[in-house]
Design a protein around this ligand. Structure first.
Ligand code: SF4
Length: 133
């Protein structure tokens, strides 16, 4: 199979790279020569991006702690539990009880929506970005 041109998912720079696929497994990554962002370069995360794809440590489904044990659940159950917990904290402690970290892996539009959710629904200005950790 030929190498697959795609966009690096690690950060918002949007470098283009080729994934090397052998026997239905992604085994390597290399930068796109002509892409206006990456220009034949990748940072260390981009060069190693293929390593998580087949990792047995990769989380592939939501986990919810039940009776002290992390238990696989559906996305609906995970989202309901998260929304319920956030609402409970907001109603009990107000905005000072919550904080949100946006992600470099999100698009600008997704991060915009996250700050709207944080300020309008969670009632707090406690929002920052993972790049400032
Ligand atoms: S290669 Fe590095 S700089 Fe480029 S998008 Fe991926 S993480 Fe970001």
């Amino acid at each position: 199979m030929p190498d697959v041109l795609t966009t690096c998912c690690y950060c918002g720079c949007g470098c283009a790279l080729y994934l090397t696929v052998r026997d239905s497994r992604v085994v390597g990554a290399a930068p796109s020569r002509n892409h206006p962002i990456s220009r034949n370069n990748l940072c260390v995360k981009g060069w190693h991006i293929h390593e998580f794809i087949h990792s047995p440590a990769r989380l592939t489904e939501p986990l919810l702690r039940k009776n002290g044990e992390l238990t696989p659940v559906s996305w609906d159950e995970a989202l309901d539990a998260t929304a319920t917990a956030l609402a409970r904290i907001r109603d009990r402690d107000g905005g000072r009880g919550l904080g949100v970290l946006a992600s470099a892996k999100c698009t600008n539009e997704e991060n915009y929506l996250l700050q709207k959710l944080t300020r309008a629904v969670l009632k707090t200005n406690n929002i920052d970005h993972c790049a400032r950790l």
